[in-house]
Design a binder for this molecule. Structure first.
Ligand SMILES: *Cc1c(COP(=O)(O)O)cnc(C)c1O
Length: 442
């Protein structure tokens, strides 16, 4: 058998694979790294170099690569049932997962609807909201509201409620218009203003819009506590309480997109628990399968479910994906939930988070850093006077320091898996500081 070297893999990939979210020509200067295997928090290339996966491979991996417990569950499932369609049939993994998720919301969100990727979950929530209003005689409620800087995925429907120019501008003519309201991003606090003051100002913007046209609005979609893709913009939980009250008062659905912030990422299993509110629709994906398989779902209240319950086919929610409720993906999710329970992960993460925050103090105090912030297992800071191409240069320099990190613009962030050892935490902090200084020095 022919032995491929690292550079063979790079050349073959560039000849045949179109990489996501990438200007392919940049790979003339930025390295493409072929991964040969993963173990724990580490990814290994074909030359034996390793990279600490400090961003959980796009925020999906919670308990490390090749996790023995998830692997064992999947091997068992593989020999039992790999897939069966979910229309007219059901199976143990999807039932157990739906029951467990419902229980985690105190059964407020009683039914789960399944898809494969996050953007599809967002599409489902939007369609369900619109359709449930129509079933209730309110077909005029057709508009959606999103926040400034919001990110909810890149399919046509999800992109319509996304407000990140890089992803949206090129496709603007294809998209349905939506209403955009002020972000509660606490970095906007004026002198003497608190994060709660910003939350109140942002909620007032929602109130203005609802007062004017709530009769046309089906739902507002929010990524609770941290708007991740726009640059880890964090806000006070008060915002969610105020918007929940406005939604109740003006008859507008609240969709919470917990695709990135769910599954313990912000410190509680669901981010909205920190505001003690539940939405009408909750979207989950990314971490729910432990980063193993594509799985997404939308949880809803029973009132929503009941709006579709009828003898009439057209009142049903007529949406499906080929792999809806895939047993392997659901089994990976069940193994993930089991680790949360067995290892008391949410409490264990508090100790890890405190250690990393302490280790990052040299960066928090760095004269070229502002807005150092943390919530749960998310850390971020903004570089002052970042050079052009900061993000790409940081990525490339990080790989030379055994780190996988991809800043968003001039915002450096970490979203590590929940399994870092003390040594890995300290190394992550020290190497990030070294990379940051090197990139700023040019
Ligand atoms: C990643 C993400 C999505 C889209 O999920 P995909 O699986 O990439 O389609 C939607 N919303 C949020 C908040 C996300 O972080």
């Amino acid at each position: 058998m022919e032995l491929n070297t690292q550079s063979d893999w790079v050349a073959r990939s560039l000849r045949s694979v179109w990489h996501p979210c990438t200007q392919m020509q940049h790979h003339e200067t930025v390295p493409l790294i072929p991964v040969s295997r993963g173990k724990g928090a580490w990814l290994y290339d074909h030359e034996g170099r390793r990279y600490l996966d400090a961003i959980s491979s796009w925020w999906v991996n919670l308990f490390g690569h090749a996790n023995p417990r998830i692997n064992a569950a999947l091997k068992d499932q593989l020999d039992t049932l790999e897939h069966a369609m979910l229309a007219g049939f059901t199976h143990e993994p999807v039932i157990e997962l739906s029951e467990k998720l419902s229980a985690l919301t105190g059964h407020v969100l009683g039914h789960s609807f399944y898809a494969s990727d996050g953007a599809s979950a967002v599409e489902i929530a939007l369609k369900m909201s619109f359709h449930s209003w129509r079933n209730n005689g309110r077909a005029d409620k057709q508009e959606f509201v999103c926040l400034k800087g919001s990110y909810h995925g890149e399919t046509i429907g999800a992109l319509a409620v996304t407000d990140v120019a890089l992803f949206k501008d090129a496709y603007g003519p294809l998209l349905r218009a939506s209403q955009t309201v002020m972000s509660p991003d606490a970095r906007q606090a004026a002198d003497g203003e608190t994060a709660q003051d910003v939350a109140r100002r942002a909620a007032a913007d929602v109130e203005r819009l609802f007062t004017e046209r709530a009769d046309k609005i089906a739902a507002i979609i929010i990524e609770p506590l941290v708007q991740c893709a726009t640059g880890m913009a964090m806000h006070d939980p008060l915002y969610l309480q105020l918007v929940r009250a406005l939604c109740d008062k003006h008859n507008v659905h609240l969709i919470l997109d917990e695709i990135a912030v769910g599954c313990g990422r912000t410190g509680t299993f669901f981010a909205c628990e920190q505001a003690a509110v539940w939405p009408d629709f909750l979207c989950l994906s990314k971490g729910i399968s432990g980063g193993y398989l594509p799985l997404s779902l939308v949880m809803t209240r029973d009132e929503i479910y009941q709006a579709f319950y009828s003898n009439d086919v057209t009142r049903g929610f007529l949406h499906s994906h080929s792999y809806t409720g895939n047993p392997l993906a659901c089994r990976a999710a069940l193994a993930t939930l089991q680790i949360f329970a067995e290892d008391d992960v949410l409490n264990a993460n508090k100790i890890k988070a405190a250690r990393l925050t302490a280790a990052l103090q040299p960066l928090a105090q760095h004269e070229q850093v502002r807005n150092f912030r943390q919530r749960g297992m998310i850390w971020a800071f903004d570089a002052i006077d970042a050079p052009k191409d900061f993000s790409r240069r940081f990525f490339a320099t990080a790989t030379e320091h055994e780190l996988l990190m991809r800043p968003i613009g001039s915002t450096v962030y970490m979203m590590p898996p929940y399994i870092l050892s003390d040594e890995e935490i300290d190394g992550l902090a020290a190497n990030t500081l070294a990379v940051f200084n090197k990139v700023l020095a040019g």
